[in-house]
Design a protein. Structure first.
Length: 274
């Protein structure tokens, strides 16, 4: 099987052309490919397929390192766009792609960055899904005897966002791992730890569902900015500093889509027997 190793701000991917290759991977094979010691190593595996709807150019599917299929991946969307351009599967500047979270539109800009329309965020608990009786700006969960306040938003995938004073000291591996599997989240959750620097800039670390802490999470950056705007902490255009680099996120408020801009890099081409 031919693949391309890619990353968006260090959130790394094995990207596979499933149009020109017959691909039918089991969850165990995906875990093997994603394994950093016995396989290639990646946070997510991306499959590029033919579109399912008439107005789309492609479909792309996302699998976490634990083998589970999920609906949304912001950094993966930008890498998908770079992949179809580099592989000459498309020469369009604007690409429409079917995903399990709906259609995304991706645009290349003159500086080589890619902007993704990430869709309209959803806040209702049943849309996240979050087992709470009604929507609130902040919810509370008990973890290890402590109470943690978090915002919850769906970007097509579930996110909890916890505000912290200093992101370097945030309990990402402990609280992140426990909130990911907390009973409040029946489909588990991605957990962001956000330090607000100003109304236009945040630091963010994300413990990802199915992949643990990553160097960047695009949908997590969108969710954090949405949560910060909802709490009137942030303006509508925010720079997000992640361990692996920088994203720009824009959101004009409820009912509007979120726009994410950032880079996407190819690292190498490979072949693996599975
Ligand atoms: N790294 C991604 C998100 C990948 C999926 C996520 N772990 C989930 O389970 O929903 C991003 O850049 O958005």
């Amino acid at each position: 099987m031919n693949f391309t190793k890619m990353h968006g701000l260090g959130n790394d991917f094995v990207v596979i052309d499933a149009i020109n290759q017959a691909i039918n991977l089991t969850a165990a094979q995906i875990r093997f490919i994603a394994d950093r010691h016995f396989g290639v190593g990646c946070d997510q595996l991306l499959l590029v397929e033919r579109p399912v709807s008439g107005n789309a150019d492609f479909k792309y599917r996302i699998f976490n390192a634990d083998g589970g299929e999920v609906a949304q991946c912001g950094n993966g969307a930008r890498c998908f766009a770079r992949f179809v351009r580099d592989k000459k599967l498309s020469d369009k500047d604007e690409i429409t792609v079917d995903t399990d979270a709906g259609q995304l539109v991706l645009r290349f800009d003159d500086a080589g960055l890619i902007t993704v329309n990430m869709g309209v965020p959803r806040h209702a608990p049943e849309q996240i899904p979050l087992l709470m009786p009604k929507e609130a700006r902040l919810y509370r969960a008990e973890i290890d005897g402590g109470i943690f306040e978090f915002a919850a938003v769906s970007m097509g995938n579930p996110h909890a966002v916890i505000r912290v004073e200093d992101v370097r000291q945030a309990p990402v591996e402990t609280v992140g791992a426990q909130l990911e599997r907390h009973k409040l989240f029946p489909q588990r959750v991605n957990v962001g730890f956000m330090e607000v620097l100003s109304r236009r800039e945040i630091h963010l670390r994300v413990y990802e569902r199915g992949a643990a802490e990553t160097l960047a999470c695009g949908s997590g950056a969108c969710a954090a900015v949405v949560a910060g705007i909802e709490q009137n902490l942030l303006d509508d255009k925010v720079g997000v500093n992640l361990p692996g680099g920088h994203l720009m996120i824009e959101w004009a408020g409820r009912g509007n889509p979120v726009f994410m801009s950032g880079p996407a890099e190819s690292v190498y081409e490979g072949q693996i027997r599975i």
